[in-house]
Structure formats: C-alpha cells, structure tokens
Ligand binder design. Structure first.
Ligand code: CMP
Length: 142
C-alpha cells in the first residue's frame, strides 16, 4: 500500500528506569504498528549529539544530551500506514503538560526534557535518525 511508511522511535532512559518499555511497546503493537527492528543501546555522547543535531545551541540542548549520555535506551523502527503521523499523535505534545490524556506523554510523563519517548517528525528526520542506530541490512530482515 502506497501510504505505508516507517518511523524511528527511541524510548528514553526514564522508560527503562520506570519499567515502561512493555507498556509503550504494547500500545504501539495494539494500534497495529509493525515492529521492524528493535535494540537496546548504551548512548554515547556522540550518538546523542547526532540525534539532536538540530537542537544544538538551544538552551535545553546540554540537559537533553546529558539525560541520554551513558544511559540505556531502546531504539526501534516501526511500520504502518502513515506511521510517522500516527506515532507522533500517539506520543502527544512535546511538553507532557500539554499532551492530551490518552497519549503516551499525556498519560505517563510530566517532565519536558525527559518526556519518555522520541519519534521522527518527518520522512527526512526518519532517514537521518534510523541510520544512527541501524544499518540498512538490519531493516531488510522482516
Ligand atoms: P523529542 O521529541 O525527543 O525532541 C527534542 C527534545 O528536546 C524533546 O523531545 C524534549 O525532550 C526536548 N525539548 C524540546 N523543547 C524543550 C524545552 N523547551 N525545554 C527542554 N527540553 C525541550
């Protein structure tokens, strides 16, 4: 189907600390998204800087990188019809205060910088972001 696309998702370290990995994966699966690849990573400073390149220089950048540096995250690529938009809607507004109840951040997060989950905001970001964590070969196995 033409509209089927993939998106990149990162479960931030607080998901692991709080034992929310299963809850979030379950929501994605129940929605009907297909998990194409999924792995744990210990984030290096370089990986965090690469992922958040576009925020470099902003006042929250250092705090953002520090939340990830040296910590474990779950990186995944999921697929589905209009997956980029679907996942962004499921995770809710960046600031959990404004995230609607029913969304992942709306239901499970309070902090702005440590807002549990990241997902690509467009095709270009997806193509840049997944490559930080996965090789093309790894995404061909499904
Ligand atoms: P994320 O979806 O991972 O994309 C960029 C991240 O930067 C965002 O979630 C938040 O974790 C963080 N962020 C964005 N805006 C702010 C802000 N104003 N103050 C602190 N952190 C922010």
């Amino acid at each position: 189907m033409e509209e089927v696309e993939r998106t990149f998702i990162m479960l931030k370290p607080s998901c692991l600390d709080r034992g929310l990995v299963g809850e979030i994966i379950s929501r994605l699966e129940k929605k009907g998204l297909k998990i194409i690849q999924m792995k744990f990573f210990k984030m290096s400073r370089e990986m965090a800087e690469e992922l958040y390149l576009i925020h470099k220089g902003k006042d929250f950048y250092e705090k953002l990188v520090r939340i990830l540096e040296g910590k474990r995250i779950v990186a995944m690529v999921v697929e589905g019809r209009k997956a980029i938009e679907v996942v962004r809607r499921m995770i809710g507004a960046t600031d959990p205060v404004h995230a609607e109840p029913g969304t992942i951040r709306g239901d499970l997060a309070m902090d702005l910088t440590d807002n549990l989950i990241h997902a690509s905001d467009g095709v270009e970001s997806y193509l840049r972001e997944y490559k930080i964590f996965f090789s093309e070969d790894e995404l061909q196995t499904y």
